[in-house]
Write a protein that binds this ligand. Structure first.
Ligand SMILES: Cc1ncc(COP(=O)(O)O)c(C=O)c1O
Length: 359
């Protein structure tokens, strides 16, 4: 079984139904679909498949850097943020890493694939503390003295955003103590006006910020992400040591225009505001569920009915949500569901009303 959501083919095969009859709430992809501009761009540039893309991805790096008002020397694009998680680990060669649990699985996999063994220390985010990191994390850093820390803001699967003041203090602490701080902002574009930490790169050398374009712009099959850091030596090392042409020509082209698509960005924020509220209020109304207030395009919740497999119950309605039992620090009672279109969200709530009839 895959460690990730979006695994409709496997689930449909197990159920003996066609994959396209499943409504997929398990992958957190923008249901507006890829921007029309990108689809047209790809159709109009089919001849690209006959040429190697620029191995340096000069235009792409320039465009991404311009969008973030930084130097192209501070940025490297990748075949999704995932490629860059693996590359940054290869560059940093950490010996002791701290991981927040629950968290995205690929940080651990990347660390475990290092040639020289990495000591991985888990820092559990407890339900008692609202699954949020707080100042105790700084105490742990001082005790454990890792050389690398991964943190996702907002986190996956909880969808929670740590406090801004706390994040700034974390950046300062890691800078002072030369701890490589990898901040994964893969979902931050879903929060209107959220700047994240990119502005901090001018005053830091140990901060690495990951961004993904696959979720917000609905291009997980095309794949594109990037890494921004004030450690320009590190970025140059990553560029020099990467496998050539890992980003396909269409993804590189798309990346040159995506961040300019203000209409799509505004449409997405408009859809999300309404549908996030709809799902949050309706899911919270079920006494069988405890729901954490979402900040982005997915909701994290616990099913309070003991020994009950909510994922299977929803599959009977051809709805696939993400169970969270394979996340370190969680168990089979936790789930994650993406915010989808109005009609699909209604189907989820209708199915839940059948599963948990009231009165
Ligand atoms: C927190 C987080 N970071 C990074 C990624 C990887 O994104 P990409 O599709 O850009 O490789 C994911 C994918 O689910 C994610 O959840």
């Amino acid at each position: 079984m895959s460690q990730h959501g979006g695994n409709t083919v496997e689930v449909a095969q197990q159920l003996g139904i066609p994959a396209d009859t499943l409504i997929d709430f398990s992958a957190n992809i923008n249901p507006l679909g890829a921007p029309e501009r990108v689809k047209t761009l790809i159709k109009d540039n089919l001849a690209c498949i006959e040429k190697y893309p620029d191995v340096e991805y000069r235009h792409l790096h320039q465009k991404l850097a311009a969008a973030h008002h930084c130097d192209p020397a501070s940025i490297i694009a990748g075949n999704g943020a995932t490629e860059l998680i693996y590359s940054i680990v290869r560059y940093l060669k950490p010996r002791k890493a701290l991981l927040l649990t629950p968290g995205f699985a690929e940080y651990r996999r990347a660390l475990q694939q290092q040639q020289s063994p990495v000591e991985i220390i888990d820092y559990p985010l407890s339900e008692k503390q609202g699954f949020q990191p707080d100042w105790c994390l700084l105490e742990t850093l001082s005790e454990v003295q890792p050389d690398c820390l991964f943190i996702a803001t907002p986190n996956n699967p909880t969808g929670l955003m740590p406090d801004t003041q706390f994040l700034r203090a974390l950046v300062d602490y890691c800078e002072l103590h030369r701890i490589a701080l990898i901040v994964d902002e893969a979902f931050i574009d879903f929060i209107p006006n959220a700047e994240g930490l990119i502005q901090q790169i001018n005053s830091t050398r140990h901060l690495y910020i990951l961004r993904s374009l696959t979720k917000f712009f609905a291009i997980p099959g095309l794949r594109l992400g990037y890494l921004i850091s004030g450690d320009t030596t590190g970025i140059a090392w990553l560029k020099a040591h990467r496998e050539p042409w890992s980003i396909n020509a269409f993804a590189a082209l798309a990346g040159e225009v995506l961040l300019d698509d203000q209409q799509y960005i505004a449409d997405t924020h408009r859809w999300l505001k309404i549908q996030q509220h709809y799902l949050w209020t309706h899911l919270s109304a079920f006494s069988e569920l405890t729901v954490w207030k979402p900040t982005v395009n997915y909701l994290f919740f616990r099913c309070n009915k003991s020994d009950f497999d909510l994922q299977s119950a929803l599959l009977e309605h051809h709805i696939l949500i993400r169970h969270c039992k394979n996340y370190s620090g969680l168990n089979a009672s936790y789930y994650r569901a993406a915010v989808r279109s109005e009609q699909e969200n209604r189907l989820l709530i209708d199915a839940l009303e059948k599963i948990f009839p009231h009165g």
